[in-house]
Ligand binder design. Sequence first.
Ligand code: NDP
Length: 381
Amino acid sequence: WEDDEHVVQINRGFRVEFNSALGPYKGGLRFHPSVYLGIIKFLGFEQIFKNALTGMPIGGAKGGSDFDPKGKSDNEIMRFCQSFMLELCRHLGEHTDVPAGDIGVGGREIGFLFGQYKRVTNKYESGVLTGKGIGWGGSLVRTEATGYGTVFFLREMLKVRNDSLEGKTCVVSGSGNVAIYAIEKLHQLGAKVVACSDSNGVIFHEKGIDLELVKRLKEIERRRIADYVTYHKDSKYIAGGNIWEIPCQVAAPSATQNEINGKDAKTLVKNGCIAVGEGANMPTTPEGIKVFLDAKIAYGPGKAANAGGVATSALEMQQNASRDSWTFEFTEKKLDEIMTSIHATTFETAEEFGATGNYVVGANIAGFVKVATAMVAHGLI
Ligand code: NDP
């Protein structure tokens, strides 16, 4: 692709089509300089079982590029997306492989990718990408879905323990798509989020995070979270800080993989954290997961807790297939039902296998059995 100085730049793109036993390959695209084949493979592998848990007819895949969108102009983003799709388009199709967004890929990028797909294939194939704009095939609630869904899952985990989110102090890492809408739903359900972050630092605002400001800074002006303190003198910016040192009752890691290690998990538990809902994919290291399970806090692993995003992508595919568009309320209700059902499935499966309250066991077994059963039914190759 050509940058604004007319210099040709080269990045590597990936798409790992992992499993299509339950439906067309489905999973997001990530644009981040850290992307390499290993990251795309682990995300794709997890995606298979997550997608199975949603109960929707979708297989598992993941893709992306080591392209770094930070500091790029809209035109540079557009040219990169066009270059990437020029190759990717031959592998996609509404019945074959349907990508969506992930880190660094939001509505703007999906628009450029869709435009190029249409141009090259000469087809208006709405169902080939999800996360589309509302005016051209997108679904209401898709933007909010992962964050909202994670909070619905947290709500269900607390319900089992005769508790609720009402009045809880929460910490949400990141300030991207998942983080923003996790904060929004936590606030709607009566909790108070006191901290969020980006890869440079942490914002602590004891009064509660001003979400409208975060949306403006991150979604519209594409600025750094450090700028938050300019508007709220009573908030604090901790450059390079560790968000997990801020005491909270509920944590929603919503930035990236491996952001909570064993030490962070211990700090969270020591400070009184009773529930963790993973908005991000694999944000907790194996050592961290062990700490949460040993402490018997409510721990919702990403493949169950953040499945609301891909589930709503499947709802977008349903609307595209029937040339229909649903209201916000109707779609959010469906998302809520799906998350409640994923919670029930994972909770009951864990119970059935003698690991009551262990959602890791529940999610892994329930997802695996569903995919394996379909693969066996399809016969050996
Ligand atoms: P965004 O790009 O919108 O936001 C990512 C946020 O995480 C930003 O605040 C970013 O900060 C921060 N971040 C990214 N990489 C790092 C890093 N290496 N270290 C510290 N902070 C980092 O992405 P999403 O919100 O879409 O995705 C967040 C997580 O949720 C990912 O794990 C993703 O796989 C997962 N997920 C997303 C879904 C979706 O629907 N979007 C669905 C299911 C899971 P900065 O701006 O400084 O990079």
